[in-house]
Design a protein around this ligand. Structure first.
Ligand code: SAM
Length: 229
């Protein structure tokens, strides 16, 4: 696992806000996994939002980033990480790099993180940011993440940070036995719900984890209305 250097957090003007957010918006709700709480506590979210939004970085809400996308709400990031049941030795695939914040949190919870973003500008910005902050177990790719990432498979967990109408077909083939897929499914009209799929003996079992709101997953196995030519 990689970590943000402690010396660079000395005199950290955001430390209190970060602690308060973890206590008030995560622990006092239903996030109890100590590793997830510790990971969120050490990732400087203000470094992943546009400069003009830094003062909102520890409000528990999604914020706009470049290319009309969003950095996910901290509660949602924590919820998905906890649902993935990571112990520290996993190889994880994240779909939807966005700012790179979710990948940075995952870098504290897993051995290796592979993250795919379809918008090249966002992938490039996230790569630079993650390198600058020394999260060196994170690998960023620009591609259609509905295809998974065959060249780095198999994974112990796949975390998808945009909503599809149904589970993209390639993911099951890229999952290890016992592996988990955490993904929001549904449409704006029917509503979106978070699911955990677990692979046992070649079959996926499905658990509905509740209602969430996400941007659409766009691609070959993604949102049909946005399917490319
Ligand atoms: N995890 C991100 C973070 O921490 O900032 C937030 C992700 S944002 C809610 C969803 C991201 O999914 C967007 O950046 C969007 O461009 C990306 N996305 C949508 N469809 C995709 C696809 N097929 N492959 C890869 N990324 C995709």
């Amino acid at each position: 696992m990689s970590s943000h250097s402690e010396s660079s957090l000395n005199d950290d003007p955001f430390e209190n806000a970060r602690q308060t957010m973890v206590e008030k918006h995560l622990r006092q709700r239903d996030i109890h996994d100590p590793r997830v709480l510790a990971a969120i506590k050490c990732i400087p979210r203000e470094q992943f939002v546009p400069p003009g939004s830094q003062r909102f970085a520890y409000n528990d809400c999604a914020l706009p980033i470049d290319c009309h996308q969003t950095i996910s709400q901290p509660y949602t990031v924590a919820f998905m990480c906890a649902a993935a049941q990571l112990t520290g030795d996993e190889r994880v695939l994240e779909i939807g790099t966005g700012s790179g914040y979710g990948a940075a949190v995952l870098s504290q919870l897993a051995r290796e993180v592979h993250t795919v973003e379809r918008i090249p500008e966002l992938a490039e910005e996230a790569t630079g940011r993650l390198q600058r902050l020394c999260y060196d177990n994170v690998h960023v790719y620009t591609d259609d993440g509905t295809l998974g990432l065959a060249q780095a498979a198999p994974f112990d967990a796949i975390i998808v940070t945009a909503a599809a109408e149904r589970l993209p077909e390639p993911y099951q083939q890229q999952l290890n036995e016992g592996g988990r897929i955490i993904i929001p499914l549904g449409s704006e009209t029917t509503g979106q719900r978070m699911y955990r799929f677990t692979l046992h003996n070649g079959k996926l079992t499905e658990e509905n984890l509740g209602a969430f709101v996400f941007v659409p997953l766009i691609g070959k196995f993604g949102h049909p209305s946005d399917r490319p030519e």
